[in-house]
Design a binder for this molecule. Structure first.
Ligand code: GLA
Length: 387
């Protein structure tokens, strides 16, 4: 899949008469479990998917960065001498924001060359599969190589997160960039969002006769809008009431003890985060001990918690999950930030097609837009593709 994208990017670069110094790529992601836990310094368990963003870069002999995207008709250019997060907007804020954030992180951009940058992607946009992190991370590993900087992947993840938080203006956590950079083929990435320590957990579903089906509801979401930051604000309120550093440090007993001192909404938001952290830890142990068929109940409990306590689901996501379960899925849940986007179902491979047909029929009956459903496999993180 990425080979076709790589040659598409190379052809596009040739059509622009640009010299290519290298091609890099980074994947979108599915989060298996652990939602809205990352900015609470908790745990997540995502994996990289085959759908990737591919970036070609060629040095220029001036200080201009010019970005082209196969998904947009207009190129955007900016001088490295005038790079500022305030001046960035639209899709180009993702790639240019990463260049800006490298400078902010202390990398010396005063002597680096300008670049032509060409971007193409098959990560669906607005589906909750981290198309934005895929762009940031493909650009980030490219810039690191071309400009000769040395960073750890963890440091680069923070830089990409800063690009997204400040240049794009979406107050997201560290999960998406971490997994897009550090994902491993056939594994899910257990990430401690406080220390950024990782543990790759074997997750080779194909050889177990299982599949993860993504059910993209086509309900578009944006984390630069209100819902996501409202959830962050509720978590901060709960942290205050509980007197802890982060919700990661709170137990359910502590929360129950302070229940009378907070409003019901804050209580339920905190309950989601605290129980979700436990579910991630349990999923990791159950996966290791009993394999993927044993994690179904944890996935479902996660969905219920997001639907009822964190209130980030929507009727389309609930219908996808309920239909998948009634079609025999081992487990199902919405994935990503919520308010639209995609749900996932863990299902016997032999039943995947029937499950998809059932979900499509249920959406048609409900008068919803047709969902886009496809299977994903755990794929590797950002890498250099050629030259
Ligand atoms: C979005 C954000 C992540 C994370 C998830 C919810 O994908 O980018 O940082 O908060 O939502 O788990």
């Amino acid at each position: 899949m990425s080979a076709a994208l790589v040659s598409r990017v190379e052809d596009f670069s040739k059509s622009l008469d640009m010299a290519v110094d290298g091609v890099w790529s980074a994947p979108g992601r599915v989060n298996l479990i652990g939602e809205h836990t990352d900015y609470n310094e908790g745990f997540v368990l995502p994996f990289g998917i085959e759908q990737r963003t591919v970036v070609a870069m060629g040095r220029r002999d001036d200080r201009i960065i010019r970005v082209h995207s196969k998904q947009s008709d207009t190129a955007v250019e900016v001088s490295l001498n005038e790079l500022s997060s305030d001046a960035l907007s639209g899709w180009s804020a993702y790639p240019l924001g990463v260049a800006w954030a490298l400078g902010e992180a202390g990398f010396d951009l005063s002597g680096v060359s300008g670049l032509d940058v060409v971007i193409d992607s098959d990560v669906p946009l607005g589906a909750g599969l981290s198309s934005s992190a895929a762009i940031e991370c493909a650009v980030a590993v490219g810039l690191r190589d071309v400009w000769g900087f040395s960073t750890t992947d963890q440091e680069l993840a923070r830089i990409c997160q800063r690009a997204e938080n400040i240049a794009v203006g979406a107050p997201t956590g560290i999960m998406d960039q971490s997994v897009s950079l550090m994902a491993k083929d056939g594994h899910a990435l257990f990430l401690d969002c406080r220390s950024l320590e990782i543990d790759a957990i074997p997750f080779d579903l194909q050889s177990d006769g299982l599949a993860i089906v993504v059910m993209d509801t086509q309900v578009k979401h944006s984390h630069a809008n209100g819902g996501y930051s409202a959830r962050r604000a509720s978590c901060e309120k709960a942290v205050e009431a509980l007197g802890v550093d982060a919700l990661r440090d709170a137990t359910i007993e502590q929360l129950e003890a302070k229940r009378g001192e907070m409003d019901d909404e804050t209580y339920r938001r905190a309950r989601h985060v605290i129980t979700e952290n436990d579910r991630v830890l349990n999923t990791v142990s159950v996966l290791k001990a009993d394999g993927p068929r044993a994690i179904g109940d944890l996935l479902v409990a996660s969905h219920v918690s997001m639907r009822d306590d964190f209130e980030i689901s929507c009727p389309e996501l609930n219908l996808a999950v309920d239909t998948a379960l009634s079609a025999g899925a081992v487990g199902a849940r919405m994935t990503g930030g919520g308010f639209g986007g995609a749900a996932i179902a863990l299902v016997e491979s032999a039943h995947a097609e029937n499950l998809i047909a059932r979900v499509e029929a249920a959406f048609a009956d409900a008068g919803y837009y047709a969902p886009v459903c496809f299977s994903v496999i755990a794929s590797e993180g950002a890498k250099r593709e050629s030259l």
